[in-house]
Every structure is written in structure tokens, then in C-alpha cells.
Design a protein around this ligand. Structure first.
Ligand code: CU
Length: 194
């Protein structure tokens, strides 16, 4: 009696089971979307929440894939010149995530800052070769001038931070001066928005 429906139906899975799977898939999709939104909010929280822990140019590890998700979240944050933008201050720098590599490139390669604002760059190396991150006046960065603010030896999936205040005349730039990297194009521009 129990086996009768199985032998008669050409479809081995009952209709209600297909419906159940469809509902389950919807739930999973909703949860995944919610998790993505929460991850984005988390990065906003870091931007305004605990800047003290990011000061000083020290490194802090352990933000591998989670850090990448946060990076996606910051993409929708208000940029300089846009309504709702909050400029970083010395007491509460704005956090900007930068990815070094893979290859000899930074992402993003162009970063907008407000004139006079203080920014904490959190630089994560994504490829196998170690990178550096130097930021400052464009001529000093281009010539790798001694004393230009820099974090070096950022290994794969490692993050190091550097805080800088854009209170000079500019123009500004950033670059990696690991051997051969700058020449290969590993540099970026800072756009100062007044
Ligand atoms: Cu490099």
C-alpha cells in the first residue's frame, strides 16, 4: 500500500516536497542577503566606532575575508562632496580600506578626501608578494623621499594601517616602493575635494 504511489507516479518526489525545497531556498537567499547587509553595517560601525584602535600605524591581523566583505560595505558610504559625508578628524579619522595586489596595483587607485581631513588607511595585501603603502605630497611619494609616511612589508592577507592628515597644499599621491613595484605601476592618486 505504501509503495503504490511510488510505482504509479512518474515523478519520484511528491509535489509538496518540491514546494518545501523552494521555500527553503528562498529562506537561505534571504538570510544570505541579510548577512551581507549586516556585514556592510559592521564596517560603518568600525568607521565611526573605535578609531583609537586603528591609530599609530601599527598592524592588526585577522581581517581576511571578513575584511573584504567590509570593503564592499564601505562602497556605499558617502564620499567627500556628497551630502551626508562626515570628514575624518584627528580624534576620529575616517577609515579607508585599500587592497594591495594581486599584481602591482592598488584598489581603489583613486581616493577622494576632503581638504584637511584625517584618514586612516587600512591596507591589505591580497596577493603572494609583500607590498608597501606610502602616502603624502605627490613629489615626495614619486621620488620615495626619506621621511614620507609609509608602512612596509605588508604580507599576504595581512593588514597595516597608516593615519595621515591632508592639511597641506597638495597634490597628494600614494605608492608602493617595494623593488620594481612603483615602476610596474603600483601607485594611486588622492583627489582633494574642497
Ligand atoms: Cu607593491
Amino acid at each position: 500500500m505504501i509503495t503504490e504511489p511510488r510505482t504509479k507516479r512518474s515523478l519520484p518526489i511528491p509535489g509538496w516536497a518540491i514546494l518545501l525545497v523552494a521555500v527553503a531556498a528562498l529562506v537561505v537567499a534571504t538570510v544570505a542577503l541579510t548577512a551581507t547587509l549586516v556585514a556592510g553595517n559592521g564596517s560603518f560601525g568600525m568607521m565611526g566606532g573605535r578609531p583609537g584602535s586603528m591609530l599609530g600605524g601599527g598592524s592588526y591581523g585577522g581581517n581576511g575575508s571578513a575584511g573584504m566583505m567590509g570593503g564592499l560595505g564601505t562602497g556605499s558610504a558617502a564620499q567627500p562632496g556628497v551630502s551626508g559625508f562626515a570628514a575624518g578628524t584627528v580624534a576620529s579619522p575616517r577609515v579607508i580600506r585599500v587592497y594591495a595586489g594581486p599584481g602591482y596595483a592598488f584598489s581603489p587607485s583613486s581616493i577622494s578626501v576632503a581638504r584637511g581631513e584625517t584618514v586612516t588607511f587600512v591596507v591589505t595585501t591580497t596577493g603572494p608578494s609583500a607590498h608597501e603603502f606610502m602616502v603624502g605630497p605627490a613629489d615626495a611619494v614619486a621620488s620615495d623621499a626619506p621621511g614620507t609616511p609609509e608602512v612596509a612589508d605588508i604580507g599576504m592577507m595581512q593588514a597595516k594601517s597608516l593615519t595621515y592628515t591632508f592639511d597641506g597644499p597638495g597634490p597628494y599621491a600614494f605608492a608602493c616602493h617595494a623593488t620594481g613595484h612603483y615602476e610596474a605601476g603600483m601607485r594611486g592618486t588622492i583627489v582633494v575635494v574642497s
